[in-house]
Structure formats: C-alpha cells, structure tokens
Write a protein that binds this ligand. Sequence first.
Ligand code: NDP
Ligand code: MG
Ligand code: MG
Length: 332
Amino acid sequence: MSKIFTDKDANLDVIKDKKIAVLGYGSQGRAWAQNLKDSGLNVIIGLEREGKSWELAKNEGFTPMHTKDAVRDADIIIFLVPDMVQRTLWLESVKPYMKKGADLVFAHGFNIHYGLIQPPNDSDVYMIAPKGPGPTVREYYKAGGGVPALVAVHQDVSGKALQKALAIARGIGATRAGVIHTTFKEETETDLFGEQVILVGGIMELMKAAFETLVEEGYQPEVAYFETINELKMLVDLVYEKGITGMLKAVSDTAKYGGLTVGKFIINQDVRNRMKEALQRIKSGKFAEEWIEEYGKGMPTVINGLSQIQNSLEEKIGAQLRDLIQKGKPKS
Ligand code: NDP
Ligand code: MG
Ligand code: MG
C-alpha cells in the first residue's frame, strides 16, 4: 500500500510567509485561490487577459493582475490554466519575469513530463493533483472536508519541495481526505491511460457499440438507450460506494452469471493487448506529440468527433428520455 499523507503530515508554516501566484481562475484556479486564501495564505491571481476570469476573480474579492506582474515577486507560481496553454504562458509571461528560484507548481504532470516546460535548475518543481473537478475541491473544503490528491516532486533544490507540496495540499483541503505520493511520470501516464482507455474513450465506445448493436438488430432505440447507456450511472454509483463486489451483490443472479461469463468474452485478451498498445503510445511520447500537433491545428479531430456524436441517434434519444425522466421527478 502507498503511504497516505493527512493533516498531521502537512504543516502550513513552510509556505505561510510566501507569496503564492495562482495563474488562471477557471475550474481549479478558482477553487485553489479561494481555499488557499481561506487557509490564511497569501494568494494573488495572475491572468493573461481582462476577460471572464478577470471579472469573476474581482467579484470574488481578489485583485487580479497581469501574469507578468503577478509572478514578479511571487515565491510560488501555480499553473492552473489548460495544459495546452501552459507552455506559451511559461515562455511569454512567466520565465522572463519570475523571481530567481521561485517554485513552479502544477496540478497535472503533462508539461513537465513531456518536456514542454523546461524549468530553470534553481527552482523547486512539484505537483498537487486533486482527484476531482475544481467546483468539488471548493465545495468539500467549505463544508469542512477535502478532495484527495496526488503529490509529486520533479525538482527539489531547497530540500523542502515535498513539505511545500503537502502544505499546499493542506491549504486546498486535500490532506483532510488523504494524499498519495507519486511521480510526474506515473501521474501523467496513468491519467492519460485512464481517460483514453476507460473513463472517456473506452466507456463511450462501449456504450455506443452496445446501443448500435441493439438498434441494428431492430430493437427500439428508446429501450436500447435505457439498457445500454442510461442505467450505467446506477452501476457506477454502486461501484463507487461499495466496490465491484458490492455492485455484483446488488444485481440479480442472472445479471451476475451473465456478466461474469460474457464480460470476459467481450473484453478479451485482444482488448487487453490493445490497452497495452495505447499505454505504449503514451509512454513513448507519441500520443503527446500527436495531441500537441492537433491542438496547434485548431483541434479539427476534436471538433469533428464532437459534432458526429452530437448528431448521433443515441444523443437525440437521450435528450428525449432525459426530458421524460425530468418530468416524472417528484417536485419536492
Ligand atoms: P480551465 O480550463 O478551467 O482554465 C481556465 C483558466 O485558464 C481561465 O482563467 C482562463 O482565462 C485561462 N485560459 C484559458 N485559455 C487561456 C489562454 N489561451 N491564455 C491564457 N489564459 C487562458 O483549466 P482547469 O482548471 O481544468 O485545469 C487547470 C490545470 O488543472 C490543468 O493542468 C489540468 O490538467 C489540471 N487539473 C484539472 C482538473 C479538472 O477537473 N478540471 C482535475 C485535476 C487537475 P479566461 O477566462 O480569460 O479564458
Ligand atoms: Mg484525470
Ligand atoms: Mg486528464
């Protein structure tokens, strides 16, 4: 078992006199800035443009600054803009203006692991990666809890990088739950693998394939939608609350037998081999290379894929059924 750090392992003192620049005020940026501030830390917000985030930060009690001004005297610089934006932000607005030796902090390892950002060798470089979306990080903190996180150290010049990572984890509430020690490599590769193979890619295609199989065989799409897409939530909720065993115990014996036998026939060795192939593509940097190129071209594959899915039969049926389910919900 990995070591789990909690509040007793994390001391805010190591960062309490530091000036912390949070770059970005989106999903994570907004939550981190507010939680760190409520934890009594000295937070400033750095933004590139006076747009939506700028207004929001101002309305929520911060005085946002342009990135170059925010990083000028910051001791800790936290990158909370989208991963594909971080390299340009680093090169244009952080590196030329930052204080020598300031800490560089990330919520995901992508830019450091794949070498898009090459940190100066006198900076501590570490990561705190919350295992939940920003609004949840904020909501749990406010309610006295916290979302678990991973921490990792890429470069430790001061000898205190891990302590500082844990202090920030405490500042955002993560040590109230628990924090696991990892590396930039492990966090980046497992995160990409998870979203490609199961969370986003695998599940989506499994749902679509099952739905389309039933429809092609003449079953009503509404019925197919309930059975192959809509009910997934209940099963996932069971796994989330009680594990796979709990899920299996909750379904009928027929579903148990069918699932235990046919599941392996669908997700067979061939699928597992392709999972390893997908992992290899992540480990070699090939996926990152391809994604950076796609992003540079304006994401044509993403835009096209999204529009194909938006216009699919399952999405039309899903929208209708959600209306129907909504109507049936008791108004309390
Ligand atoms: P968001 O997409 O929510 O970031 C939005 C912020 O970035 C806004 O302040 C926005 O400013 C600014 N921004 C967007 N585009 C640009 C640009 N081209 N130039 C300058 N600023 C820009 O990011 P997330 O919070 O989702 O992600 C931040 C980091 O956290 C990433 O490293 C991500 O991997 C990591 N992370 C995210 C999780 C999540 O659930 N979202 C979970 C764990 C880690 P404006 O309003 O002006 O557009
Ligand atoms: Mg992830
Ligand atoms: Mg991810």
